[in-house]
Design a protein around this ligand. Structure first.
Ligand code: MN
Ligand code: MN
Length: 341
């Protein structure tokens, strides 16, 4: 356990060994991109996991940002408020060494919060261009992106920017919906963008896996689809085995639509579907992603207005936090003693 974790856990009190005036609000007060210092869980300036809010990302390994856009949603709107809710929910994960990993991921990775992509709500058709430019600016540096939506359509311009840098990508896609329904190739629609991404050649369906699907589509378009019933019957380890077979050592992008998780565990979303994964199943799969060459990750469709006790935002924050831990393992942190990585 690191010194700060020990003090946060109560070993001598929050501010033991530190001057109280230097603590708190690290999002704008600390220039140090590594490690952590005590914060009031319930107060202080919000950023994701209390990381430094900055656009100076030259030394960053992972750049977190939000894309508060939800004008491509087909049912209940509100995912534009997702990034804000996820940042608030993340404060409880920023206090102790990561469970079950047993280390502070920020000892191994410099992670910053870049803030949100600015999109004029009066010009929604500019969203693709704006989001792609936002991503390209970050990807011009040697950093991975972790991004919070927004509705799932935001992943389309994110993928375009990533593919421009890395070439066609394998997609590891968590969702209740395949998001490959056909459209007129011009719509802003959170249900069709992966078919368009496939048609544009920026993702390779033969190397891609869709996990937790439980809505009908006539065609799988070559994706390997692991429906939610399959996941319930076979379990997270079997899911990771299929990911190993399909994705292998290909460069991959992870997109997590929070509605992959059952409405019992993630009610705060626009298009909930019964019969989904538990948060525990989803976390176990995400914690097993360390072996893969993942260039970026997003968590989308968190709509806090439908949430209860912040459970959806907390699930989203934990998924991203645990993904960051898998990248810390790739950067030299010890693999989990529970054998999850
Ligand atoms: Mn989706
Ligand atoms: Mn969905």
């Amino acid at each position: 356990m690191s010194d700060s974790a020990e003090s946060a856990a109560g070993g001598g009190g929050l501010i033991a060994g530190s001057a109280a005036e230097s603590l708190g609000d690290q999002a704008f007060r600390s220039d140090e991109l590594h490690g952590r210092k005590p914060e009031m869980t319930y107060g202080g300036a919000l950023s994701f996991l209390r990381r430094r809010y900055t656009r100076d990302i030259a030394d960053a390994d992972i750049v977190v940002s939000g894309i508060p856009f939800d004008m491509a949603t087909s049912n209940r709107p509100g995912a534009r408020l997702g990034p804000r809710a996820v940042r608030a929910a993340s404060t409880g994960l920023a206090e102790l060494d990561a469970y079950p990993f047993g280390f502070d991921p920020f000892d191994y990775l410099a992670v910053v919060d870049y803030g949100d992509c600015f999109i004029d709500y009066g010009h929604p058709t500019e969203a693709v261009e704006r989001i792609e430019a936002h991503c390209a600016e970050i990807l011009a540096h040697d950093a991975q992106m972790v991004t919070f939506g927004g509705d799932h359509f935001v992943t389309y311009p994110i993928l375009r920017a990533h593919a421009a840098k890395h070439g066609p990508l394998a997609l590891i896609h968590f969702d209740a919906h395949p998001d490959t329904w056909p459209d007129d190739e011009g719509r802003l629609d959170h249900g069709s963008m992966f078919l368009r991404a496939l048609q544009e050649g920026i993702i390779d369906p033969s190397a891609s896996v869709q996990i937790g699907i439980r809505t009908h589509n006539d065609d799988d378009y070559g994706f390997t689809v692991l429906g939610a019933p399959w996941v319930h019957r076979n379990g997270p380890a079997a899911v990771l085995e299929v990911v190993r077979e399909r994705v292998g050592d290909r460069r991959a992008y992870v997109t997590f639509d929070i509605d992959c998780i059952d409405p019992a565990f993630a009610p705060g979303t626009g298009t909930p579907v019964s019969g989904g994964l538990t948060t525990a199943q989803a976390l176990e799969i995400v914690r097993g992603l360390a072996p893969f060459d993942i260039v970026g990750m997003d968590v989308v469709e968190v709509a806090p207005a439908y949430d209860v006790s912040e459970i959806t935002a907390l699930a989203a924050a934990t998924l991203a936090h645990d993904f960051i831990c898998t990248q810390a393992v790739r950067a030299g942190a010890p693999a989990s003693p529970l054998g999850l990585t």
